[in-house]
Design a protein around this ligand. Structure first.
Ligand SMILES: *Cc1c(COP(=O)(O)O)cnc(C)c1O
Length: 412
């Protein structure tokens, strides 16, 4: 069975219940009553498994977390208020002042400024590398390096990393690898390739229709024998490993990030996200097919298209080998100048102009004047943001309708 089919069965079966309410129940309460003081003590101690307070965990969100953990082959997950919340949770639970991050490849704008502008104010330094700069990456790792971070497909530069190779560099150095896999395991499963933590913006293709902001971090189990998390580099984990064993990364993330920063998921958003998960494989299968069809057709008509399915793309071989189920919903079009990009965006009737991606509808946006407007020339060059760059997120419409509309939008 292919990946789409496997996940189709898994998601509809785990989101629905065989008894009582079929659709997940929304537990909207912010706080939970304990009944008696002994139970309260047990809940705070961790020996009684009941909700403590919705910032620390919610029954509806817990259901989403168990489905996301199973989806990735992780031991547990923590859902968050947004994708940035998931990246913040995963990173802040491991970092201290003086630490370093190695960031590889093209990067979502918010993540880039979080590393470069926000974490730097707290004494955390990030070094950025091209996706294939393996020697420079290995060379840059030192005693202060706590995290290697990579996106499974660069947004919006469309570069594809060799996750397995990067994971082996991380393992050799004993450093944690975090993968932003917002394109979902329909395309790649980072934990099975050697990553330690996977983060998602569920706002995108997982919810799929702009109905819920959300994120999730999925953690691998800590092994009984040797494990990089048991090394002095991550000495602060020792007490969690003593208490929770294989699960240690979950209480660490909850106590070091969720409790203190409060990027907690809303139960209503968790509900919407689960409804999205049910149909994710169906939507994704159609969209990745459409992306290839549209990229090829527009390329043939003389558009400057960036998508790894095109033979002229730098990572086409990797796309063929490692991304057999596509690489998400994005492609980019370079119109050379801002004026020509604006003319296209003013004329397209199909594309909705918004900063979101992974929607049922086709979306488009000029990058330099919006998400990357505050970035300097050097940063833009590194992230692949050219003057005429338009990011397109392909939706569920008929692909030929999209092609026709885009061609018409380029006519004078
Ligand atoms: C959108 C996005 C994020 C941030 O997610 P939000 O839900 O908007 O906070 C992070 N990474 C990638 C790859 C994204 O596309």
């Amino acid at each position: 069975m292919n990946r789409f089919e496997t996940f189709s069965t898994q998601f509809v079966q785990s989101v629905g219940s065989k008894e009582g309410a079929v659709s997940p129940t929304i537990s909207g309460s912010a706080s939970y009553a304990y009944g008696d003081p002994k139970t309260a003590e047990g809940i705070f101690e961790g020996s009684v498994k009941k909700p403590l307070y919705s910032r620390m965990g919610n029954p509806t969100t817990a259901r989403l977390e168990s489905i996301m953990a199973e989806m990735d082959g992780g031991i547990g997950a923590v859902a968050t208020s947004s994708g940035m919340g998931a990246t913040a949770l995963a990173t802040m639970s491991l970092l201290a002042c003086g630490d370093e991050i190695i960031s590889i490849g093209g990067l979502f704008g918010g993540t880039y400024s979080y590393f470069n502008e926000t974490l730097s104010r707290f004494g955390i330094k990030t070094r950025f590398f091209e996706v294939d700069a393996y020697d420079a990456i290995a060379h840059a790792i030192n005693d202060r390096t706590k995290i290697i971070f990579v996106e499974s497909v660069g947004n919006p530069n469309m570069r594809l990393p060799d996750i397995k190779k990067i994971a082996s560099i991380a393992d050799e150095a004993g450093v944690v690898l975090i993968v932003d896999n917002t394109i979902t395991p329909m395309s790649v499963s980072p934990l099975s390739l050697g990553a330690d933590i996977v983060v998602y913006s569920t706002t995108k293709i997982i919810s799929g229709n702009a109905s819920a902001l959300g994120g999730c971090a999925v953690f691998r189990s800590i092994s009984e024998g040797e494990d990089k998390f048991k090394s002095p580099r991550y000495g602060f984990l020792e007490k969690f490993i003593k208490g929770a064993g294989a699960m240690a990364l979950i209480p660490n993330a909850k106590k070091r990030a969720l409790r203190d920063f409060g990027m907690s998921a809303s139960p209503h958003a968790s509900y919407q996200t689960m409804l999205g998960l049910e149909t994710l494989p169906l939507r994704m299968e159609r969209i990745v097919q459409s992306c290839q069809t549209i990229a090829q057709a527009l390329h043939a008509k003389g558009f400057n298209v960036n998508h790894p399915s095109l033979t002229c793309h730098k990572d086409h071989v990797r796309y063929k080998q490692d991304f057999k189920n596509g690489c998400g919903t994005l492609l980019t079009l370079d119109f050379s100048t801002k004026e020509r990009a604006f003319a296209f965006l003013s004329k397209t009737k199909i594309a909705t102009l918004t900063a979101n991606i992974g929607d049922s509808r086709t979306l488009a946006l000029h990058m330099a004047s919006t998400i990357y407007r505050d970035f300097g020339a050097e940063e833009r060059t590194f992230l692949g943001i050219t003057e005429g760059l338009v990011r397109v997120s392909i939706g569920l419409e008929n692909p030929q309708d999209i092609i026709n509309d885009f061609v018409a939008a380029c006519q004078e």
